[in-house]
Design a protein around this ligand. Structure first.
Ligand code: 8OZ
Length: 366
């Protein structure tokens, strides 16, 4: 019988176990949107395959200056950032770990103070989201966006392609495209947000066009075997109101990606960080349309995760909050050891406190 602790070949990645560290925004990058030594320590603490993640998915990482929507998130849009990430990927690999970078464009979930030239954020729509963003020191309502002109969209797709190439230059094992949680890709996918009348709006073929072009560009640049995608078909995150037919939309999206041979699909089940049964959705029907590794996420306990892999319902299970509070999460799951509680107030911004100071089991017993 297959267990959570067995190895798995995922595209080009030979993973030592099936416990994945989910992408987690922590807002601890340095000025210049640069990864730093503190972030390196945090990732290395979770990289040992004997105790930590079989695969680390980094925090969401903007592909371009316009892709930022929160203070102190690390970018992947210039050479300095590539060099800074390289110091992290080298250290993770030295520890025996595997790491992919999550490629992010926030679209309208941004604030003019974070945009180049103080300009409006870009989206599929000019309608403002009823959402807040973190601008350093606190949360503030997002700014009204500007709808991308049809002729501009190819340029954004090109930003994804360039970022994927930079990911390999930075030493990552691959990428996960962030298609979830109400950000730019979902702003194109859902008919509750996308109000365009060009080839990128209207019916399902048009609304899935941007996602498909992005995935073709990324997989075309670095190979489908190094490319994954995160989707959240029913999440309400960031004012993503339900699509009128989420089942048909996401089934068609996954069907259209089949020719790319993606390494994995990462699915947030239910409301991100909330109820797993937020709205009905047939995830198994989605999976039947995908040949690669199936990664599940959202509120998985040890019992749920063991069962998901044992029954074959999932190939990989991504843990978020438990990995923040437990650098040796895999060892703890293996042993059935208790988990450290999360210190919620220390999630976003700040220094080592609530970031690199969570103890391992070994540290607790010495
Ligand atoms: C929490 C805070 C800020 C950003 C997401 C990238 O929801 C995020 C995020 C989460 O995917």
């Amino acid at each position: 019988m297959t267990t959570l602790f067995d190895s798995l070949q995922v595209g080009a990645l030979a993973l030592p176990n099936r416990v994945v560290m989910a992408p987690l925004t922590r807002n601890r990058a340095s000025p210049g949107q640069l990864p730093n030594d503190l972030m390196r320590e945090y990732y290395v603490q979770r990289a040992d395959p004997a105790t930590g993640a079989g695969l680390i998915v980094t925090e969401a990482t903007p592909i371009s200056p316009e892709g930022h929507g929160y203070a102190d998130t690390p970018g992947l849009h210039n050479a300095e950032q590539v060099a800074a990430w390289r110091r992290i990927t080298d250290a993770v690999h030295e520890r025996g770990g595997h790491i992919v970078v999550q490629l992010w464009h926030v679209g309208r979930i941004s604030h003019v103070s974070l945009q180049p030239g103080g300009r409006a954020p870009v989206s599929s729509t000019a309608r403002v989201a009823n959402a807040k963003t973190y601008v350093g020191g606190g949360f503030t309502p997002v700014s009204p966006p500007r709808a991308l002109a049809t002729a501009e969209i190819a340029g954004v797709v090109e930003q994804y392609r360039q970022a994927a190439l930079r990911a390999l230059a930075a030493g990552f094992d691959g990428v996960e495209v962030h298609g979830a949680n109400g950000y730019l890709i979902e702003q194109f996918l859902r008919d509750s947000i996308n109000d365009r009348s060009d080839a990128y709006g209207g019916g399902i073929e048009n609304r899935t066009r941007f996602l498909v072009e992005v995935m073709e560009a990324v997989a075309g640049a670095i190979g489908g075997e190094r490319t994954g995608l995160r989707l959240s078909p029913v999440t309400p995150a960031n004012d993503a109101a339900p699509d009128s037919d989420a089942q048909a939309l996401f089934e068609r999206a996954v069907e259209r990606l089949a020719p790319l041979g993606l390494a994995f699909l990462h699915i947030v089940e239910g409301a991100t960080g909330g109820a797993r049964d937020h709205l009905p959705f047939d995830y198994a029907a989605l999976r039947r349309r995908f040949k690669g590794a199936w990664m599940v996420n959202n509120g998985y306990t040890r019992e749920l995760a063991l069962q998901a892999v044992a029954t074959g319902a999932a190939d990989l299970v991504a843990f978020g909050k438990p990995f923040i509070a437990n650098p040796d999460l895999t060892l703890r799951l293996r042993r059935g050891a208790p988990l450290n509680p999360l210190r919620q107030a220390l999630l976003y911004g700040g220094g080592p406190e609530g970031y690199t100071d969570y103890p391992t089991l070994a540290e607790e017993t010495t």
